[in-house]
Design a protein around this ligand. Structure first.
Ligand code: GRF
Length: 209
């Protein structure tokens, strides 16, 4: 099992759809004791997500719940919620999970779902934030960790990191620079959560201590 003993029930569930590099950055931080919690489950809606093997290689339990096997988003999300609750998950981390969550799921885990976005929100929400940034011509781009609410990338912001956009940057080169920052700030935000240092006050997240 990756991570520290979880007598306090500090268990993380990570939702992925693909590569899983952010999932790994969190799992490694748990394993190395930088986050006082452990990853109890990596859940994918896609059987072919490469992140599943990477999680299994770290000894983390994995589960596939194909969204096409449910009649509706609500039904699929109810199955996910049940799997997470069964394992006593306190924090749900979206890490390249490519589906919107239903209102019921968000209600059940309110204030306990985080997402990483490869852009400086509220600029460039949604898909292909890095491409949007290059095409718009911004000088600074970056990454955002935020709590998840009912909107698309609209929840209260926890941490952000910036990277400069150079004239010769492409979507690919910028994505690489941003990803390095994602791997730094996502585990950091999760650590703050389990240190009980995040307080949501309306739109704002106060970091205490
Ligand atoms: C990351 O760029 C993340 O910001 C976005 O999707 C990508 C997932 O990459 N939400 P990975 O699966 O964590 O490698």
């Amino acid at each position: 099992m990756a991570g520290a003993p979880d007598a306090a029930g500090n268990r993380i569930g990570i939702l992925i759809s693909g590569r899983g590099s952010n999932m790994l950055s969190i799992a490694e931080a748990c394993r190395d004791g930088r986050i006082p919690a452990r990853v109890a489950l990596v859940l994918s809606n896609r059987r072919d997500a490469p992140g599943l093997e990477r999680a299994a290689a770290m000894g983390i339990e994995t589960l596939v719940l194909g969204h096409r096997e449910s009649a509706s988003r609500e039904e699929h999300d109810r199955k996910m919620a049940a799997a997470l609750q069964e394992r006593g998950v306190r924090l749900v981390c979206l890490a390249g999970y490519m589906r919107l969550l239903s209102a019921g799921f968000i209600r059940e885990f309110r204030g306990r779902i985080m997402n990483i976005h490869p852009g400086l929100l509220p600029a460039f929400p949604g898909l292909h934030a890095q491409r949007q940034a290059v095409e718009y011509g911004v000088r600074w781009a970056g990454a955002t960790v935020h709590f998840v609410d009912e909107g698309l990338d609209t929840g209260p912001i926890i941490l952000q990191a910036t990277v400069p956009v150079e004239d010769d940057d492409t979507e690919e080169s910028l994505s690489g620079k941003i990803l390095a920052e994602e791997h730094r700030i996502y585990p950091e935000a999760v650590r703050l959560f389990f240190e009980e240092r995040l307080r949501i006050e309306g739109r704002k997240v106060r970091i205490t201590g």
